[in-house]
Design a protein around this ligand. Sequence first.
Ligand code: PA5
Length: 433
Amino acid sequence: MKIVTKYVDIDSGRLEREIAKVADCYEKLESSDMAGWLGYASSGAAKFDLSFISRTAEIIRHTSEVFIVVGIGGSYLGSKAVVDALLSSVFKHNKDAGCVKNTENVEKCVEVIYAGQNLSAEYLEQILEIVRTKECCVNIVSKTGSTVESSIAARLIIDEMMWKYGDEYKTRVYVTTDKAEGPLRRAADIEWYTSFEIPQNIGGRFSVFTPAGLLPIAVAGVDIRAFYEGAVEAERLYRNGDSANDAILYAALRNYLDVEGKDIELFAVYEPRHSTLASWWVQLFGESCGKDGVGLFPAQACYTTDLHSIGQLVQEGRRNLFETVLWCEQDADIEIPWLSGWKLRAHGGEDFLGGKKLSEIARAAYIGTMEAHTEGGVPCIGIELEKNDAKNIGKLMYFFMIAAALSALSQGLNPFDQPGVEAYKKGMRKLLS
Ligand code: PA5
């Protein structure tokens, strides 16, 4: 993984001061009582999770066609980001690992779908129809166990499963919640659902390496051991207060650009299957760094698709944004056929695409766009990933988590709370009670 800074016009003295300011917060991060995620992937608890989760995922894959994950915010975006990033963008399957042979030796793949992240009756009705017509298991993920959206979805889905499966339904419900507290923990204990723990010192948006993220990721067929390897490698690289640490550099660059009046950070990805990763990034930085009247607005885009929607604004609109651009080497490639005959004549005899690889054209779009945007007054930070695999995605997510926490701390904020989110919940409860 490489950070590209040449598209930001840097005053090195000022950047060094920002780096020192972020590095100074490092000890505060280590001593926070919500920093359990920092060393989780390399801990003994994680090793236990890996084997328990792998065995459970195997059972789920053999007994279901659809695995419904109920959760919102940090309780669904992390796992969905990984599942979407690593499975095919067109068919949500992983040919190598996500599919199993059934008793007739026919290959079947488990579809991982999400519920509880909205209040749409139309959406939920479709989920319930899936429960009625397909073999399902459900995983309810909620740290507090009391979030309205996920509680509603869980209630409806479990009722439907009781009708369909009778007493057997209990073997199809998996709960991931706090170790000791909350209504979901109590329900799991009373009903004997198989349950997993989200450690008390790990909050929702930092929980992708805990069972909250791991179970759906494993059921989808992603190699969770490789995912962990990435996190462990990232821990070695980024869990320190050195000024040469790239996570500190990224947090410092964000602060540097903030001071220059760039108050929107647009996270642009080039792979459609990284779009959920971008949504996860938005939540991570939005909830961790946006409070007490400060914080960059985190926005997301998928290029080149969105160059044809917001590209104009980025190039020439209000100059209050910068971009963080995720580039990943493609694992598939296609060569563009040459034009000839009337097709060539229709293009005025010119064929600048023929014989080129799609990867080469996409890379030209990535570099060309950063050059154009920088010239237009939009600084760009590039983040380059060698390969779109479980290990690199794990490493990238850990990198962003540590950068987000340090960004918030360096602005004098608590990265781990979200008091503003509570405000809407209170408003809704008041109206309903
Ligand atoms: O990052 C967070 O802590 C939040 O986004 C939560 O994950 C989200 O509000 C859902 O909460 P819970 O897991 O308690 O249902």
